[in-house]
Structures are given as structure tokens and as C-alpha cells.
Design a protein around this ligand. Structure first.
Ligand code: NAD
Length: 360
């Protein structure tokens, strides 16, 4: 098959890690007979330097015309980079928010997977970890409290701030459909997280999720209150497959879930729209402190590329091969500096990419 992929190297370690992910995709093409046509897109600091703005219309058009976008990360050191002398709307991060909006990416996917080989990095006790965990958080990204009306007023000399949490049934339905579709490719369980004992928006959320569940009889649905979910993530993380939740709850829970894996350089993510299109990127930032040193861990970006194969291109077998190659390299004891432990073999960014590519 032939696909068009937009590549956003971005800033800091971005170009280094995207280079390794491309190496892996090239190997997938060679092995499975596909053709990926790449087009590079400028975003963030790189776009400010070249075009004076963090995102251009040309960049949006290129991204829109592709099957999927693979990104490194954007941004620099806020204390030293001249990008942060600019007004907030012209800084690197504004470009990222703008491209997410332009591409209508309403579903954010963050897997939290504990590799057996990296159990030592998990802050949970051995008996809690059990056989490990493998979950994915599906977070609604464009609605809820972060996008509702807000204002701060003064009434009788008392300052008062108001934020509004709104969801309509269409917004809930489309993210629920994504979660059930993803669960169908996994362990077939959806845990829908809400605060239905208090919030009207959560009660509607629950009803709509139940309606959607009726179309997926082979998938188990359970509901969980968000406070309980926060506890269960550190009490029994192995129980989860797909966690479906709204914007703010997802923001908090996805950070909690990623922390329990213990290794930031390993965490992939995806943001999808209503079609198969998505933007795939590591969960970490541009790590300006280690940029250009050749030591960044490329695995989060490589696993993001695997998610792209699975969710945007429907190349499940190829995605499995990439994930298995990552696992194999870890099993053989190769580690970048961020996940290094005693007795393991330390490698740099390029070497890690080569090792994974060789095992596909
Ligand atoms: P960061 O994730 O870039 O770095 C935090 C720490 O983790 C650093 O010590 C870094 O060296 C290390 N680290 C991160 N990724 C690594 C990797 N792949 N391999 C090895 N070590 C790694 O977070 P930060 O320092 O808070 O942010 C730096 C810049 O990144 C800021 O400009 C921030 O705005 C931006 N940022 C961008 C995104 C994005 O592009 N989506 C996300 C988060 C932060």
C-alpha cells in the first residue's frame, strides 16, 4: 500500500527521534512491501525561525493532505530561548494547539504499558504490579471544562471565577465510538470514567456511553467514578484495558498512568479526528537539555509510529512487528541513558534505532 505521511521533526531532540522513527517506518516498508511518501512540516520553534510564526497555513494544508502526521516534539528552554521573548500567541506551543484545532483532533490516546524488562522503574510495589499492566487512556480533547465559557467577576467587592463544563451528546458519542473501536483491537474492555454521582455532564456521559455500548456486544463496559479510578490506577492497574473519559479527568489520569510506568522516554500518544487521520507524538517534550547529544530515547516516537500504523493505516501486523522489536531489544538488555540500569548495555539514539530496525 502507498501512504502519504507528514513528518514534523520540531525542536530540541525532535529531529533526532523522528529520524529514528522514520528509519523504522522505512524498514516496515521494505519488509512488508509498502510505500510511504514523506513530506516535512515545520512547527513550533523551527517554524518561527524559518517563517516567523509557529504554524503556517501551508503546514496545515500539507498535514491535512496526508494520511497521518508523525511528530517529534516542539519548544525550547523557556529561560534561554528567544522564542519565549515573543508574545504567547507566537510561541512554539501556540503552533501545537493551533494544528490540533485545525485538524479537529478530538480524541487523545495515551497508552501506559509496563515492560517486564523495565519493572524496576515502576514506583509501585511488586505485589501491586503483579503481571504488569497494559492500558490506553482515551481522553476527549476539545470539549468540557477547558473549552467552556469562563469569566472572573467582582460582586459586592468579592472576586468570583466561573468555568463552565459542557458536553453535548454528539461530542460524547464520537469519543465513545473511538474507545469501543480501540477496545475491539485490544482486550475488549472499556472502563468509562465520570463523576455521575455529582455532575449532570457525567450523567449524560454515562447514558450516551451505554447507548454506544449497545452497538459493541462483544465489548465489556464498566463505569467508574473518577476518584475511584485515581486510586485503582495505583492499587490494581492490571484491571484496565481502555479507559474512556472526558477532557479534564483524562488530563489528570493520563499523567498518573504514565508516571506509574516510570519511564518518560517510552510513552507514545496519538490524537485522532473523526476519520482515521491522526497526529502521533511522544508524550514527552523536546528535552532541550539533551538535544544534539545523541542520547535521547527514540522509543516513545517509534511506538507512536507503531500507533500510526495501527490506527490510521490499519496495518496491525506491521504495528505488532514494531512493538515486538522494541520488546526484543529491551529483552536483550539495550538501554538508552534514561532507562539505564545496572548490568544493561547503554546505547545512543541512533544505535537504539538501528537495533530496533534490525529486529523487524
Ligand atoms: P521534557 O519532557 O522535554 O523533559 C523532561 C526531562 O525528561 C528532561 O530531563 C529530559 O532530558 C528528559 N527526557 C524527555 N524526553 C526524553 C527522551 N526521549 N529521552 C531521554 N530523556 C528524555 O519536558 P520539559 O523539560 O518540561 O519541556 C521541554 C520543552 O518541551 C518545553 O519547551 C515544553 O514546552 C516542550 N514540550 C513539548 C511537548 C510537545 O511537543 N507535545 C510536550 C511537553 C513539553
Amino acid at each position: 500500500m502507498e501512504y502519504k505521511i507528514s513528518l514534523i521533526p520540531g525542536d530540541g531532540i525532535g529531529p533526532e527521534i523522528v529520524g529514528e522513527a522514520k528509519k523504522i517506518l522505512d524498514k516496515v516498508c521494505e519488509k512488508y512491501g509498502h510505500k510511504f511518501n514523506y513530506e516535512e512540516v515545520l512547527l513550533g520553534g523551527a517554524s518561527i525561525d524559518a517563517c516567523g510564526v509557529p504554524l503556517t497555513q501551508e503546514a496545515i494544508d500539507t498535514a491535512k493532505s496526508s494520511d497521518a502526521v508523525l511528530m517529534g516534539s516542539i519548544g525550547g528552554d523557556a529561560k534561554t530561548s528567544p522564542w519565549y521573548q515573543l508574545e504567547p500567541s507566537k510561541r512554539p506551543e501556540a503552533g501545537l494547539l493551533a494544528i490540533r484545532k485545525a485538524l479537529n483532533l478530538f480524541a487523545n490516546l495515551r497508552p501506559a504499558y509496563l515492560y517486564n524488562e523495565l519493572k524496576g522503574a515502576c514506583p509501585l510495589k511488586e505485589e501491586v504490579i503483579g503481571d504488569g499492566f497494559d492500558m490506553i487512556i482515551v481522553r476527549e480533547l476539545t470539549g468540557g471544562l477547558y473549552f467552556g465559557e469562563r469569566k472572573t467577576v467582582e460582586e459586592n467587592g468579592v472576586r468570583k471565577a466561573i468555568d463552565t463544563l459542557t458536553y453535548d451528546e454528539n461530542e460524547i458519542r464520537r469519543i465513545a465510538v473511538k474507545a469501543f473501536e480501540i477496545a475491539g483491537k485490544r482486550k475488549k474492555k472499556v472502563t468509562s470514567v465520570d463523576k455521575a454521582n455529582v455532575l449532570d455532564s457525567s450523567r449524560l456521559w454515562r447514558k450516551v456511553v451505554e447507548d454506544v455500548a449497545a452497538d459493541y456486544p462483544d465489548i465489556t463496559l464498566e463505569h467508574m467514578l473518577v476518584d475511584n479510578c485515581a486510586m485503582q490506577l495505583v492499587h490494581n492497574p492490571g484491571q484496565f484495558d481502555v479507559i474512556l473519559t472526558e477532557n479534564m479527568f483524562g488530563d489528570i489520569l493520563s499523567d498518573e498512568a504514565s508516571m506509574v510506568t516510570g519511564s518518560i522516554g517510552m510513552l507514545s500518544s496519538a490524537s485522532l479526528n473523526e476519520t482515521k487521520f491522526g497526529l502521533y507524538e511522544p508524550s514527552h517534550g523536546s528535552a532541550p537539555d539533551i538535544a544534539g547529544k545523541g542520547i535521547a530515547n527514540p522509543i516513545a516516537t517509534i511506538l507512536s509510529a507503531a500507533m500510526m500504523l495501527r490506527f490510521s493505516l490499519d496495518l496491525d501486523k506491521e504495528a505488532d512487528a514494531v512493538e515486538a522489536a522494541v520488546q526484543q531489544v529491551l529483552k536483550e538488555g539495550y538501554r538508552t541513558v534514561d532507562i539505564m540500569s545496572e548490568g544493561m548495555k547503554q546505547v545512543g539514539t541512533k544505535e537504539m534505532g538501528d537495533l530496533i530496525a534490525e529486529r523487524i
